[in-house]
Design a binder for this molecule. Structure first.
Ligand code: 7PJ
Length: 363
């Protein structure tokens, strides 16, 4: 426990080494100590704070005053920073003539810009641009075709000043898109394609590593697992490891269990139920169930556009179980639903998880 020096400004009373330790060690005990210190300091300076004995409620108002101790979780996307204290919404822009799930079929960049501008007005956080369909049964397209679809759209979307994600598995598309300003590479093959890993690393962009069993062409033909949660988690562990070994900082990684990619509805629901398992990677978790077949199956809605309510229910459950990013076609509805979820105060921190110092302070 370190003691405040009431005569000195707060930041100066910490040695540099100690401050660095607090900032780099995520252990609760250290944070609790820092929090206790902050509280006494706050009391001394008569900073008002809510003294409810729940760590979150105490620490937020106090930490807010001290930039050095700003522990707000964020994720860097180029010059943008995602605030991970609330689930972020990724809007889907599929520039694919065969993309039947889209509210609108996007065939040119003007149209893409119009739809994306609406998404921005609706509160989107990331725009995900894809040129190749990866839906079940989809047939791959050529590199040139994919570039021709996505590049004009990426150029057009820059006007909106929102983080752009490129949904691709091809190294060349990753390179071109990130050169043009995309800050996130969303690869359903988790960088297993030829040259993809090095292209992603060299680009400096963040990456989404997603699990898929099989290939889009045939992945929904009788997918099988002994334990879907453990198998998906193992795959993601291996891909994070491969990325790290190749030189990619884990701070640039987002993980995704890949709903619907070689999974039955039962598999998808098992993954959704156990989503917390994926928080163990300490990477943001992305979830995409928007209008997918499983939602259609559960709600008996054949039309993709009739699956909005079902998708919302699944995404809210995902957000409650730790999803950091929700990938959706329906931005307005998703933002609204998440706002309601966000308005619910977090459960109180378990007494046992609060340091004795802090408890003593409040009796
Ligand atoms: C996903 C995706 C997903 C990520 C698609 C569709 C199929 N990328 N791309 N996660 N799904 N990261 O949207 O229905 O679940 S394409």
């Amino acid at each position: 426990m370190f003691e405040p020096n009431p005569k000195e400004p707060f930041a100066l009373s910490l040695s540099k080494g100690r401050a660095a330790q607090i900032l780099t060690q995520p252990q609760h005990s250290v944070q609790h100590q820092a929090c206790g210190y902050m509280l006494r300091r706050a009391q001394h300076e008569r900073v008002s704070f809510n003294a409810t004995p729940g760590l979150e409620r105490i620490s937020k108002p106090v930490f807010k005053h001290i930039p050095m101790f700003d522990t707000t979780p964020t994720f860097a996307l180029g010059r943008y920073s995602l605030n991970l204290t609330r689930p972020q919404v990724m809007g889907i822009l599929n520039i694919t003539p065969d993309s039947f799930a889209d509210g609108a079929r996007i065939s040119n960049s003007n149209q893409a810009l119009e739809i994306a501008a609406q998404m921005v007005a609706d509160g989107v956080d990331i725009l995900d641009v894809g040129g190749e369909s990866t839906r079940p049964g989809a047939v791959p397209i050529s590199l040139q075709e994919e570039l021709d679809r996505v590049m004009p759209v990426i150029e057009a979307l820059k006007a909106l000043d929102k983080p752009i994600s490129i949904d691709t598995s091809k190294a060349e598309v990753m390179r071109a898109a990130t050169r043009a300003g995309a800050v996130l590479i969303n690869d359903v093959y988790a960088l297993r394609g030829e040259g993809a890993l090095s292209a992603a690393i060299e680009s400096g962009a963040a990456v989404v590593l997603m699990h898929m069993q099989g290939e889009p062409r045939d992945m929904q033909h009788a997918p099988q697992y002994l334990d879907v949660v453990e198998e998906v988690a193992r795959f993601l562990t291996e891909r994070i490891f491969a990325a790290q070994m190749a030189g990619l900082d884990k701070k640039r990684v987002i993980v995704d269990p890949g709903f619907g990619f070689g999974k039955t509805t039962a598999h998808n629901m098992e993954l959704l139920g156990q989503l917390k398992r994926f928080s163990q990677f300490e990477c943001p978790v992305l979830v995409g169930l928007s209008r997918k077949g499983s939602i259609g199956e559960l709600t008996q809605q054949k039309q993709a556009s009739d699956r909005v309510a079902g998708s919302l229910a699944a995404h809210i459950v995902a957000a409650q179980r730790g999803a950091a990013i929700i990938r959706t076609h329906d931005v307005r509805a998703t933002v609204d639903a998440l706002r309601v979820l966000q308005a619910i105060p977090q459960a109180r921190v378990d007494k046992a998880s609060v340091s004795p110092d802090l408890m003593a302070m409040f009796g």
